[in-house]
Design a protein around this ligand. Structure first.
Ligand SMILES: Cc1ncc(C[n+]2csc(CCOP(=O)(O)OP(=O)(O)O)c2C)c(N)n1
Length: 317
């Protein structure tokens, strides 16, 4: 079980993810940066899963990736620089928001083809089981990706070959501008696990402690060689699909309901109720995060663009 001291550190990380995104959204509105797919409301899923992994496990992510990368320990300055196309970014300014990968953090692939990460991950799992047994790969994907054919092929093969894969579906209720209620006949992706003969579980994706406990259990199962595990974080996308987005298609009452379940506020209230955090400690935390973001913005803004001669280097192997 996560102790309050650890949960307080986790709260700061979740706040960093939220603040990073809010600062980036400001830049998008000021037309100083290209758009992004925001992850607001889903921070507990990102941090809970990453916390249950070892640093040398692999993470595969999708277009809504900033939280996964920051949870893994990515530097917000190098991330911002990347998004702004600067030479100091993680991929030398050539990936944009949608394709960031950070080799040193074992985050090798960000797929923007919905479901693309699912077709790729059995190969990663097979490679790990043959060459680096004991390591596992966690693959984040959305409920929309779970409605693609690659989901079926991926889970089927992973199950038959007992590959070390944690499939983590962030069911944030939206598939771009379409409600998952219009595309799925069941409420929970985890129900599909039975069809592949693997364990499946749904967890409250806005409760960091619950996500962590469920992910830890899944990771233990996978690491012991029993094969893949499907975990679903039931959560909500509090912002638009791709900013700018006025969310006019989102039912207002539904959005209000989920705003009340904001994972950052849920954790903050819990820690305060248990007298593990005071309002002034929370404010200090906000200040530290804001300072970190200020430095990150300065770093990104003052970084140079890559030389035009580098246009075709590192883009093909
Ligand atoms: C194969 C494919 N189809 C459509 C798109 C356009 N698209 C980008 S994100 C997205 C929604 C994906 O929904 P989901 O998998 O639930 O992830 P979320 O965006 O909710 O995190 C769509 C349809 C795409 N990138 N790739």
């Amino acid at each position: 079980m996560l102790q309050n001291e650890k949960l307080t550190q986790i709260l700061e990380r979740m706040l960093l993810i939220r603040t990073y995104e809010e600062e980036l959204l400001k830049l998008v509105r000021e037309q100083k940066s290209p758009g992004i797919c925001p992850q607001s409301g889903q921070e507990a899923c990102a941090v809970g899963v990453v916390e249950a992994l070892k640093q040398d496990d692999i993470v595969i992510t999708n277009h809504r990736n900033a939280g996964h990368l920051l949870a893994r320990g990515a530097d917000p300055g190098k991330m911002l620089a990347e998004v702004m196309g600067k030479a100091t970014g993680y991929c030398k300014g050539k990936s944009g928001t949608l394709h960031i990968s950070v080799k040193e953090l074992n985050v090798y692939l960000t797929s923007t083809i919905v479901g693309g990460e699912l077709s790729f991950v059995p190969g990663v799992g097979l490679s790990l089981s043959l060459l680096e047994p004991g390591k596992i790969v966690a693959c984040f994907f959305g409920d929309g990706a779970a409605c693609e054919g690659t989901f079926h092929e991926s889970l089927n093969l992973a199950s038959v070959w007992k590959l070390p894969i944690l499939y983590f579906c962030e069911n944030n209720q939206w598939q771009a501008y379409v409600s998952r209620k219009e595309t799925m006949a069941v409420d929970h992706i985890s129900e599909r696990a039975k069809g592949y003969g693997i364990p499946g579980k749904t967890v409250d994706g806005n409760d960091i402690a619950a996500v962590y406990e469920a992910a830890k259990e899944a990771v233990e199962w996978i690491r012991s060689g029993k094969g893949p595990y499907l975990l679903e974080g039931y959560t909500y996308r509090l912002k638009g699909h791709y900013e700018p987005d006025d969310q006019s298609y989102v039912p207002k009452d539904e959005l209000e309901l989920w705003r009340k379940k904001d994972p950052i506020q849920v954790l903050k209230s819990r820690l305060m109720q248990e007298k593990a955090l005071t309002e002034s400690q929370y404010q200090e935390m906000e200040q530290r995060v804001n300072q970190k973001m200020k430095s990150a913005l300065e770093f990104a803004f003052h970084s140079p663009y890559p030389n035009p001669e580098e246009l075709t280097t590192d883009v093909y192997a």
